[in-house]
Design a protein. Structure first.
Length: 455
């Protein structure tokens, strides 16, 4: 390891080669890592939000799958006095424990870790005639281990995110490592911190724990010394469990309270300290939007508020119960996107149950899932002949489309009929060979087979 620190010095007329630019990049990277090491001092998850780098398992334990939420961790390297940022920008895809190099057995504890990895890549490629890597790709590697991670190299520590019981697929925070900025760095600055720093508008009472640093005494705190901005939607503020450096703040948050950041300010002896917390919209379901599979829109979207990643959706099925849960990863605060091929085959029109961010809500209005085409017969037909389409979700049928023609309601011609699982329809006289489509209240889906129309 080099002992000196080199900082590039530029001057007019200087002949620049790649070493100058690489030295400049190295200087910036290593100084940033040294600053992070001083700030954190130990490896762990930087818990800016409760869901950061959380392990989320499939609701069906037989699937033996999980994913990890987006977030950031710090990997400290004491020998170098540096710390690496381990950034997972998006949730991982589902990780199947049955396909891992380690053959997990019943009774095993699965340790989930994350660590830093980098590699040189040629994306984007160089525009010149010299072929060399143009970027260094920084990655967060999520890995699984039996009982304990292997001994890491000093320069690349593992950060433990938690463990999973292989039998039950329940995730816990056992062995989870967390990292926080060293309070001693800011000991002279009066400050407060709120936990949790994210709440949901549910219409119920919530409690925040307020802790202080920098010599700010919270003993004898009263509501008169607190200011919440904005306060709209919050009521019944109560202070309890006052300690020299902490107290509990309880209040009721209206289910219709506006989402967004709020600021809590505490004033003691003329000194004011503040911190922010985030109000998430309460979980609601308002409706759905149609799919249009022939034109590339294969996401069935449920609209509402208060959705977070991941969200679990259950459609109704015959008999009044719910179909197999679907884990939705395509999530925004107001919309869930479910690929058509992930909707259970027995899903039918009815209420939908959604579970997100610790809340469960059932829609008051019926949600209609897209129709499904399994097959049709015969595979070859003549114009104006009858075609039978098998599948599900056909009861509110609006149209059957063919290449070169369409048959819309009503389906009352000779031999024509519609049930939930079968359509018998006359092929239009203008139809030619191609895939067929079915349009219902939930949009348009398309067959995987090609219908052959014989002149």
């Amino acid at each position: 390891m080099e002992m000196e620190i080199k900082r590039v010095n530029f001057f007019d007329g200087q002949y620049l080669q790649k070493e100058e630019f690489n030295d400049l990049s190295d200087y910036i990277v290593h100084m940033r890592r040294r600053l992070l090491f001083v700030m954190f001092r130990r490896s762990g998850v930087v818990q800016s939000k409760d869901e950061d780098l959380r392990i989320v398992t499939d609701p069906d334990p037989a699937q033996k799958r999980f994913h990890v939420n987006a977030g950031m961790a710090i990997g400290c390297v004491p020998d170098e006095a540096e710390a690496r940022e381990i950034v997972l920008r998006e949730p991982t895809s589902m990780i199947d424990l049955t396909t891992q190099q380690t053959a997990f057995q019943p009774g095993d504890k699965v340790i989930v870790t994350i660590r830093y990895h980098e590699q040189k890549v040629t994306d984007p490629p160089s525009a010149g005639d010299v072929f060399e890597p143009t970027r260094i790709l920084e990655q967060a590697l999520v890995e699984v281990h039996r009982a304990a991670p292997p001994q890491p190299s000093d320069a690349n520590p593992y950060v433990v995110l938690g463990e999973i019981d292989f039998n039950t697929m329940k995730a816990t925070e056992a062995q989870r490592q967390t990292a926080a900025i060293q309070s001693a760095l800011f000991a002279a600055i009066p400050s407060i911190r709120l936990q949790p720093n994210q709440i949901t508008a549910t219409g119920q009472a919530v409690t925040l724990t307020v802790t202080s640093a920098g010599g700010l005494s919270l003993a004898g705190m009263t509501p008169a010394q607190l200011t919440v901005t904005p306060q709209a939607g919050l009521s019944n503020l109560v202070v309890s469990n006052q300690q020299p450096t902490s107290f509990n703040l309880s209040f009721t948050i209206d289910s219709a309270a506006a989402a967004g950041n709020r600021t809590l300010a505490v004033t003691v002896n003329g000194v004011t300290a503040q911190d922010t917390f985030t109000v998430q919209a309460g979980l609601t379901i308002s409706g759905f939007s149609k799919v249009d599979v022939p034109n590339g829109n294969n996401l069935f979207k449920i609209t509402g508020t208060g959705f977070t990643t991941p969200t679990i959706v259950q459609f109704s099925k015959a008999g009044g119960s719910f179909a197999t849960p679907v884990i939705v990863l395509n999530v925004s605060p107001t919309e869930l996107g479910i690929p058509v091929d992930q909707i259970p085959s027995d899903a039918t029109r009815g209420p939908v149950q959604v579970q997100s961010n610790g809340q469960v809500v059932k829609s008051t209005a019926a949600i209609t899932p897209p129709a499904r085409i399994t097959d049709f017969a015969p595979a070859q037909v003549r114009p104006n002949a009858l075609l039978t389409i098998n599948g599900a979700g056909f009861l509110d049928l609006a149209a059957v489309g063919f290449k070169g023609g369409e048959h819309r309601q009503p389906f009352t011609g000779p031999g024509e009929s519609v049930t939930d699982g079968k359509i018998t329809v006359s092929v239009p006289g203008t139809a030619t060979s191609g895939q067929i489509t079915v349009t219902t209240a939930a949009g348009t889906v398309q067959s995987s087979q090609t219908l052959i129309v014989v002149p």
